[in-house]
Write a protein that binds this ligand. Structure first.
Ligand code: WTA
Length: 620
């Protein structure tokens, strides 16, 4: 027990019932305020403020304090590029890079509160860019480099980005992804963007717009390696991260400096028990919340050494990850069930080729982990020595909420119980707590890393998350709580799909399909998929006079890839003459899904066009 960061777990859990006192107390372990707070919590549901009155900047804890301590010579990031190039950056070096870029951003006129759009792959310059923004009080909005130019543009325009930070290209499966060309496309129609900073990763010709575009290395070269960290309010916005919801348009989730720092650092310290000697590898892309919280902010605040890997997991062979674990002596690996299932498909011979004895703990996130994947991970990667921490959380929650600890009992497939300081429940439709049956996963009290709203859309924030049950956060997941109080997450309850652990809204893909001039209407559902968890199937109604064909199928797939990104391309596209709808015109995805996967379709008496259901059946 003594070896764990959490001591006296039962006592901690008891103390945590007074959330305000508790978070005030434990925050001292991980953050240093410039000026102390007056109040831990101000909760006027659904609006929250944490550490009210404190002066703060997350960069102080993530970087400044380490650069001024013995950790300045400790490695912050071990980087491995897909072609095999490597780089190690100490906290001292990271600090210098961040300061130079922060000064460069100032010369481009970036000020507190301005939005900076970051469209970068998994290279150390991505966290450097994020920290440089945070340092000067600018708000970063990172867009996953796998999203398309159009998706990037949509986000840039939504929050009126002033400066874009990107790179020329990056390596993926031995090919160069031409990111700067995509930026060029995106910025055709993005009037708020004044300047673009381009990091040179691959070399080679790229499109260039003089005056607007600047090379990172040229811009930073003459800059001072010192830059004061802006003293902000603890509740100032740190970032906006877009995530999928039930409408065609992604939502801009807002996180703030102080609470998020406390939440990410402590949850990481508790769940993965990180110590100074650990080599931590959160394998998620930084373009998603998992990378924001657990590759960038959480581990840096704890002064951890993290691995960043640029490329595809199975390139050049399916043992690339295991080679990395062996080479850098990774002690804790955090990934998604989808990745585990991918490796499982390649077979256990691949991890067997490598010495994985440095691993002491494993983690899982993004989707429910099925028993088969759990066992494979436990046996072949953890060698039955490492526990698996199945962490439940969301872009909105900012940090783990329900998760085991290395010292609490596990039930494979369950994220176990809420962490200290979190109060999760399962509610039935009437808002009463229920056990042993599926219901709505809710959170009854606020927590420090929680989001602060949706960018420019307070009403949507109230409606989506807080209107179903009074003063209670509705997660949008279905869960079951068993008689021992363990939570079993079953999937989304709203129209959001989970493909390879990534959130994609049904209506987002439908909107993309309908934006093609040949498509009249589309309905998108998720089908169970062996590796990806869910795969996308689209039923498409073509405009009059357009003939269905395989070429058109391929064209529509590519079209969705262009509109959103490759991850959103449907695996199957079926052409139908109509899709089942209610009399008010709402597409009945529930019925379509049931029919498509061969489950009972239930009551269809409210449908305006029941005959369309049969056609879905025939399209199987
Ligand atoms: C799902 C990712 C089961 C869930 C951090 C949630 C999970 C959505 C788990 C959030 C888990 C995440 N077990 N399901 N351990 N973790 N999910 O915002 O449906 O990309 O609502 O955040 O992923 O996805 P998001």
């Amino acid at each position: 027990m003594d070896k764990h960061n959490i001591k006296n777990y039962d006592e901690l859990l008891k103390k945590s019932r007074d959330i305000e006192w508790f978070w005030g107390e434990v925050s001292k372990e991980v953050v240093e305020w410039y000026k102390p707070y007056k109040k831990v919590l101000e909760w006027t549901p659904p609006w929250v403020k944490w550490f009210v009155g404190a002066k703060y900047n997350i960069v102080h804890d993530a970087l400044d304090k380490h650069a001024n301590s013995w950790r300045k010579n400790k490695v912050a990031y071990i980087f491995e590029g897909e072609p095999g190039d490597r780089r190690k950056l100490t906290y001292g070096e990271l600090n210098i890079e961040v300061n130079k870029l922060a000064n460069a951003l100032k010369t481009l006129g970036v000020k507190k509160g301005d939005r900076v759009g970051i469209y970068m792959p998994m290279i150390p310059e991505l966290p450097i860019a994020m920290l440089a923004c945070a340092k000067i009080g600018a708000i970063h909005t990172v867009v996953f480099s796998g999203f398309s130019a159009i998706a990037f543009r949509e986000r840039v325009n939504d929050c009126k980005v002033k400066v874009v930070i990107t790179c020329d290209g990056f390596y993926r499966r031995n090919k160069i992804v031409p990111l700067k060309s995509m930026v060029e496309d995106a910025l055709q129609d993005a009037p708020s963007v004044e300047n673009v900073v381009v990091y040179k990763r691959t070399g080679g010709d790229i499109p260039w717009t003089p005056k607007r575009d600047h090379w990172w290395h040229e811009l930073t070269q003459a800059q001072s390696s010192k830059c004061d960290t802006e003293m902000l309010d603890a509740n100032d916005i740190l970032y906006i991260l877009y995530t999928s919801g039930t409408t065609g348009k992604p939502k801009g989730v807002i996180h703030a400096h102080g609470g998020y720092a406390v939440g990410t650092a402590l949850t990481l310290k508790w769940v993965f028990d990180l110590k100074d000697e650990d080599i931590w590898w959160c394998a998620a892309d930084i373009g998603w919340v998992t990378g924001h919280s657990y590759t960038v902010y959480g581990p840096l605040i704890l002064g951890t050494t993290s691995v960043i890997y640029e490329g595809a997991p199975n390139y050049p062979g399916p043992d690339r990850w295991w080679e990395i674990v062996e080479k850098y002596r990774v002690t804790v690996l955090y990934t998604s069930p989808t990745s585990v299932r991918l490796f499982m498909r390649h077979g256990e011979a691949w991890p067997k080729k490598h010495d994985l004895s440095s691993l002491r703990l494993l983690g899982s996130v993004g989707e429910p982990i099925n028993p088969e994947a759990w066992m494979w991970y436990y046996k072949n990667i953890g060698k039955e020595r490492c526990q698996i921490m199945d962490t439940w959380w969301q872009t909105e929650t900012g940090t783990f909420c329900i998760s085991p600890l290395p010292l609490t009992p596990l039930k494979p497939g369950s994220a176990t119980k809420p962490l200290p300081g979190f109060t999760a429940e399962v509610y039935n439709e009437e808002g009463k707590p229920i056990s042993n049956a599926g219901g709505n996963l809710v959170m009854l009290t606020p927590w420090p890393g929680m989001f602060r709203g949706l960018y420019k859309d307070p009403k949507r924030y109230e409606d989506i998350y807080w209107s179903r049950f009074p003063n209670t956060y509705l997660a949008g997941d279905v869960a079951r709580k068993d008689s021992d109080g363990f939570f079993w997450i079953q999937g989304r309850s709203d129209d959001v799909l989970n493909v390879s652990g990534h959130r994609i809204g049904n209506s987002e893909v439908e909107s993309a399909l309908v934006s093609n001039s040949k498509v009249a209407e589309a309905a998108v559902i998720g089908k169970p998929h062996e590796v990806k968890g869910e795969s996308l199937t689209a039923f498409v109604v073509l405009k009059k006079g357009v003939e269905p064909s395989d070429e058109l199928r391929a064209e529509l797939r590519e079209h969705v890839g262009k509109e959103i990104g490759k991850i959103a391309r449907p695996d199957e596209i079926w052409f139908v003459s109509d899709v089942p709808k209610t009399r008010s015109g709402k597409i009945m995805r529930r019925v379509i899904k049931a029919k498509a996967v061969g489950e009972p379709i239930g009551d269809i008496s409210t449908l305006a066009n029941p005959e369309a259901v049969d056609e879905i059946g025939r399209a199987r």
